[in-house]
Design a protein around this ligand. Structure first.
Ligand code: SF4
Length: 348
C-alpha cells in the first residue's frame, strides 16, 4: 500500500524467532510445525523466495508472500585481505551501510557481526565510534551477515562473534532474537558456546545476560583497568566505571561458573606499561578472566600506534606473572580496514 507516495514495507520474516513465527502462523489458522519448515528453508537452505519453499502448500506460500518481505542480503562490496579475512559491506533497506568480517582459520570459520549502524560510545581508537550512533540493526539484519558468507560465499560458518560495529547490549532485544535464530536447531544451528557477545562494559546488559541462563560466551573490551585512562579511551567508563565493571564481572563468573574474556587493545604509550600489565593480570585473576591482547590497528586519521614488539613481549610476561591465561592475538584483515576497531561502514 502506498502512503504519501511511499510504499509500506512488509515486516521482514527474518526478524522473527521460530516461536514468534509459530504464534503468528497459529493466529492465521496454520499448523504449528510450518514455522520449523519455514526456518529450515530460510536458514538451512538459504532461500530468498517463498515460492521455493516446496513442502509448503501453495496457499501458505502466497499468504507468506503477501504478509512478509524476504529479501536476500544486499552486499555492495566484498574485499579479501592478504591473510584470508573477508569484509562485506551491506546496504540495508533504508540505504544505511554496515560491515561484517569473515575470519577463516583451520578449524573454524568465524563471522564478526555488527549490531548497530555506528555506535554512541565513541571509543577513541574505534572507527565505528567516530561515526556516532545512527540506528540499531534488526535481528534479520544481523542474521543476514551470517547468511551471506554461508550461502553466497559457500563457507560453512561455525562461530559467531558480536564484535563488529556497535555495542550489542545497547540493542539487547534484537541481539537476543538474532542469537535465538542463529542457535535454533532449524535455524543456523550454531551452538551457543560457539557464539560470543563482546561488550564495552554495559553493566545492565551484562547483568541481564547473566540471568538469561544461556551458554553464550561473554567478552569485555577492557583496554585499561585505570579509571582515568579508561575514561579517556572509552567514554562509557564515565557511565559504568571500571571498578564497578570488574565487580559485576566477578559476580558473573561466580554465578555462572563460566570464564570471561578480557579484550585489551595495546596502544603505544597509553596502556602498555609494565605496571599496567600487572594491574590487568591482577584484575583478571580476581574476576576469573582470560586475556586477549591485540596490538592496535591503524585506521585513517588515527593517532594510535601499536607498541614495539619488545614492549609487547614484556607486557605479556608481566600479565602471565599474575597466573592468568593471556593470548596475543593478531588482528586479521588490517589491509582492508577489517581489523578490530576499523569497521566504519565505508563504501570505498
Ligand atoms: S569499540 Fe565498540 S563500544 Fe567502542 S565505539 Fe567501537 S563499536 Fe562502540
Amino acid at each position: 500500500m502506498a502512503v504519501n507516495g511511499k510504499k509500506k514495507l512488509l515486516p521482514s520474516i527474518k526478524d522473527f524467532t521460530e516461536e514468534e513465527l509459530q504464534a503468528q502462523l497459529g493466529q492465521a489458522g496454520e499448523k504449528a510445525y510450518r514455522s520449523q519448515q519455514i526456518f529450515s528453508w530460510l536458514y538451512q537452505h538459504g532461500v530468498s523466495d517463498f515460492s521455493l519453499m516446496k513442502n509448503l502448500p501453495l496457499t501458505l506460500r502466497e499468504k507468506l508472500a503477501s504478509s512478509y518481505r524476504l529479501s536476500p542480503p544486499s552486499v555492495i562490496s566484498t574485499q579479501k585481505s592478504r591473510d584470508g579475512a573477508e569484509k562485506y559491506l551491506f546496504r540495508l533497506e533504508d540505504g544505511c551501510l554496515v560491515e561484517a568480517v569473515l575470519i577463516p582459520a583451520r578449524h573454524r570459520q568465524t563471522v564478526c557481526v555488527s549490531t548497530q549502524v555506528g555506535c554512541r560510545y565513541r571509543c577513541a581508537f574505534c572507527a565505528s565510534g567516530q561515526m556516532g550512533f545512527i540506528r540499531n540493526l534488526s535481528p534479520g539484519e544481523m542474521v543476514d551477515q551470517v547468511l551471506y558468507p554461508n550461502f553466497v560465499r559457500g563457507v560453512r560458518v561455525s562461530h559467531i562473534v558480536f564484535m563488529g560495529m556497535g555495542e550489542p547490549f545497547d540493542n539487547f532485544d534484537a541481539l537476543v532474537k538474532a542469537i535465538q535464530i542463529i542457535n535454533h536447531p532449524s535455524g543456523l544451528n550454531i551452538g551457543s558456546r560457539k557464539i560470543t557477545v563482546s561488550t564495552a562494559g554495559h553493566i545492565p546488559g551484562i547483568e541481564k545476560f547473566s540471568q538469561s541462563g544461556w551458554q553464550v560466551e561473554l567478552a569485555i573490551s577492557l583496554h585499561s583497568v585505570e579509571e582515568e585512562t579508561r575514561s579517556k579511551l572509552m567514554p562509557i567508563n564515565r557511565i559504568y566505571p571500571v571498578k564497578e565493571l570488574l565487580a559485576v564481572c566477578r559476580r558473573y563468573t561466580r554465578e555462572t561458573g563460566r570464564l570471561i574474556t578480557f579484550e585489551y587493545v595495546l596502544l603505544r604509550g597509553i596502556n602498555d606499561a609494565p605496571e599496567q600489565a600487572r594491574a590487568l593480570g591482577k584484575a583478571a585473576r580476581w574476576v576469573g578472566a582470560k586475556i586477549n591482547l591485540i596490538p592496535c590497528s591503524r585506521f585513517p586519521d588515527s593517532p594510535w600506534q601499536p607498541p614495539e614488539r619488545k614492549t609487547i613481549q614484556e607486557f605479556v610476561k608481566e600479565v602471565e606473572s599474575q597466573g592468568v591465561v593471556c593470548t596475543l592475538r593478531r588482528s586479521r584483515g588490517k589491509d582492508i580496514q577489517a581489523a578490530c576497531g576499523q569497521l566504519a561502514g565505508r563504501n570505498v
